[in-house]
Design a protein around this ligand. Sequence first.
Ligand SMILES: [Zn+2]
Length: 318
Amino acid sequence: MKNLLALIGLISLFAPNAFAASATPLAGAAPLDSATLLADVRTLSAPELAGRRTGSEGSKMAQVYIARRFEQIGIKPFGANYAMPFAFTSLRGQVKTEYPAALNLVGHIRGSVHPERYMVVSAHYDHLGVQKGAAYLGADDNASGVAAMLAVAAYFKQNPPQNTIVFAAFDAEELGHHGARALVKAAPFPIANVALNLNFDMVSRNDKNEIYAAGTRYTPSLKPLVAKAAASSSVKVRLGHDSKVPGAPPDDDWTGQSDHAVFHEAGIAFLYFGVEDHADYHQPSDSFEKIDPTFFAEVARLLVSAAAILDQNLDTLK
Ligand SMILES: [Zn+2]
């Protein structure tokens, strides 16, 4: 109860506009409520949530916040509510750790033309938590992706999608993509009908004003759709980080680097948006203050636009 009260305090402190319908249309394609976008990322990366480690009190506060935002936007749960609990064992070297109470938040907006065809928009909400007394706040990684996913959901609520769009806030990505594994293994919808996973992980800052779209190497028919979304953005959209480049370090290929990897392994096309690592990557200093609000809003607008274009062309993916 104490934590819930603290969370409500947080919402009123940081997110005065989070729930107001104050959409500000920006120039170009999709409208975006940038105040809400920033309020979401600020709340999820607040020190009170202490880095949202799987199983922690801060993680539970994040769950309450995300569920409340899903409800406000009007995303429908598949069952009684958005919560999809799961358990897993993480193995790091010789150290086995049980996580009995991990939890994904999953909902959907039903397609108006092809409700039987699905696009899963995902972002992980967990991060590294507290280590050696320092809270790893995970603002860019990945409060930013969750906030962008919520912006996409708000767009589709106002502009009904052709296909059914699933929104998945994944837990336990940092521990090995366990949230995505849990969903793909026991999805409350036919996983064979998923045409695309659109995954966001680290989308709020970049010194070069650029973001990568990875996955088009496996699904070249995504390329013109990404290009169409990129055409109206002031952020430079680069394709890549989805192949092994001779001489480059192994982590230069992002195919296995976030939750989209699980969809890829299941034979599902993916498109992943994310920035290159920065000095604060996996550091306690990955905080709200380091986010670039202008870049982030522009990227969110790009992601909304990309999601809309993908929905309209989901049948062209092969
Ligand atoms: Zn991440």
